[in-house]
Design a protein around this ligand. Sequence first.
Ligand code: TRP
Length: 335
Amino acid sequence: MEAAKEKRKSVLSGIQPTGTFTLGNYLGAVKNWAPLQDDYDCAYMIADLHSLTVRQEPAKLRRQILEAYAMLLASGVDPNKSIVFIQSHVKTHTELAWILSCYTQFGELSRMTQFKDKAQKHADNVNAGLFTYPSLMAADILLYQADLVPVGADQKQHLEITRDIANRFNGIYGNTFNIPDGLILKAGAKIMSLADPQKKMSKSDENPNACILLSDTPDTIIKKCKRAVTDSEAEVVYREGKDGINNLMTIYSVCTKKSFEEIEREFSGKGYGDFKMAVGEAVVAELKPIQDEFKRLMDSKDYLEDCYRKGAELATKISRRTMDKVNKKVGLIVG
Ligand code: TRP
């Protein structure tokens, strides 16, 4: 659209509240969310309903939802600039998810790699929610007519199916949903395990050294970096086949904003020991202000409650418009 009122593009993203955030979640996702607030109208949510697709302990989940919300704010997501809410508080998400599930094919859901992985991992609980997870995620995005969806590489397929569902719906009923684009974050989009750098860094890894948690103390962070698996060479260069070093260089680069060439120069002639120490220190420095702010917020529960209530109210108001439109288009009586 030309001229008229300059309208900012909109962004929506979400993160599941399962467990403490890892360095991977932070660098790969949440760290990139705050800067987007300067250029876009952003809505960020804690995807608590998505977490129910695997069995959770109720008391623990409740705590993790609040912690995840506090972590977003601690990372610079500002509830005065963005809509920051908890998915289950905004009833339009499940309402639209049902309708979209009727426009999502069994075949396409069966092809989702995340479904296949999780079905294998949780073979005793391959529930319908796990299967229709992408319809709920499509609802999250399409309700807000989002233009851009910042996600890690692992969510690309879910974004693709969201676009397919939206196009299909628009094809039948006329223009209803904006077709969102992914904002696949470049640097740090995928932080790998420190113990097995061919695997994604994950808090569910059995090896505690594989994953840096946002709640780790400086000593623990440094220890984990020192133990990171590398290779038998002694050259800090970014090169195919050097998965461990590539991963540490990515982490260091994201934390220090240095390019790979700068890092290679900085450590030429030095051993992996020096490099790992530097990575550990950079991570500690990066996380310190966030950890401090997180602690402060977790001591201000009333403030957090105030924020998520307001967020839900605003999200409900905006998403209701799309929801009414959809209900009408498919032939329901809008009450
Ligand atoms: N499925 C995403 C994940 O596990 C979280 C998520 C839920 C999300 N709804 C979303 C991400 C909407 C982006 C947009 O990481």
